[in-house]
Design a protein around this ligand. Sequence first.
Ligand SMILES: *Cc1c(COP(=O)(O)O)cnc(C)c1O
Length: 384
Amino acid sequence: MRKIQMVDLKGQYDKIKETVNDSIQSVLDTTSYINGPLVHQFQKNLEDYLGVKHVIPCANGTDALQIAMMGLGLQPGDEVITADFTFAATVEVIALLNLTPVLVDVNKDDFNINIEAIKKAITPKTKAIVPVHLFGQCANMEAIMQLAEEHNLYVIEDNAQGIGANYTYKNGKKAKSGTIGHVASTSFFPSKNLGAYGDGGAIFTNDDDLAHTIRGIVNHGMYERYHHDVVGVNSRLDSMQAAVLDAKLPHLDTYNAARREAARKYNDAFKDEKNVITPKTVNNCEGICSTCDCHVFHQYTLKVKNIDRDALVKHLNENGIPCGVYYPIPLHSQKAYKDSRYNEADFPVTNQLVKEVISLPMHTELDDEQIDFITKTVKAFINK
Ligand SMILES: *Cc1c(COP(=O)(O)O)cnc(C)c1O
């Protein structure tokens, strides 16, 4: 059996080596390392793929979130509601901009921000909601957009884990994740579903004015050379990374389909285990269907009941199976983000999830033998 990895970047690269190498070579040949033609080409290709008017490439997914918030003109003291159960980048940029993060609980089934919790957290100071499409499935965007409209709020989608996923509306209409809110961010960190060979990120929006503002912010607040109209940042996707991403973009749907296929096999292997809760698809989409891309499984995350989760992690590691706990500590309990306004009783789901979640290896190169070994090893531990 091939060695099991959490993410198999080498196996994936080997299959597209020539295309990627040629693409990188073209950057070397032109020496257009910054803002070269490939950055523009990738931007256009991603706009077409997503069906969004503007993609603004930047240096990483954390910058993308920060720049989106700067572009919207959020001001110190404005409250921004986001999920308690996510990667810290989301809350970090809110705090960095001196905005007030308001963390709220998530759903137990899809791990995404809970609508009732958002409603409860809205105050006259609330200016934005940041849903995170955690593990590759969209938050309930229809309800979130409706709340935003009622309360005049911006919606910033953190799409770092959801690129390529479709969101299905109640009426059956579909839209790509990251094209529904006022603005969205994504990350091209190597292990993300569309990963570069280094850092990268992008901002998406359908709003022409906002796109213009953001294009200036990523470039030192310049709209005309050496005229600095606003305080900006330096955040660029470099041409080498754009070369890799442009070579990989045509494979994104195939990659996501491979992830879904692996998820389906995992689900099937655990279907009779009553103490193992497999991931659910929501948003008007039942099961893991082969056609609709409703879930792109950035992570395949189980909840384990009546089992010592940390002992299971240890057991898997001892058997050569890497796994992850995303995330072990709720953000509201992290030293940096503690706030006396938070009440433990408002976070029942997150507080439970941090004890129960375990993410199994998930990538585009998993084969049946590996999945079989992983699931058998999990089951052996659970039923011992
Ligand atoms: C990865 C990630 C980010 C940050 O992306 P970087 O490119 O590493 O800065 C932000 N939010 C979420 C939910 C992520 O998973």
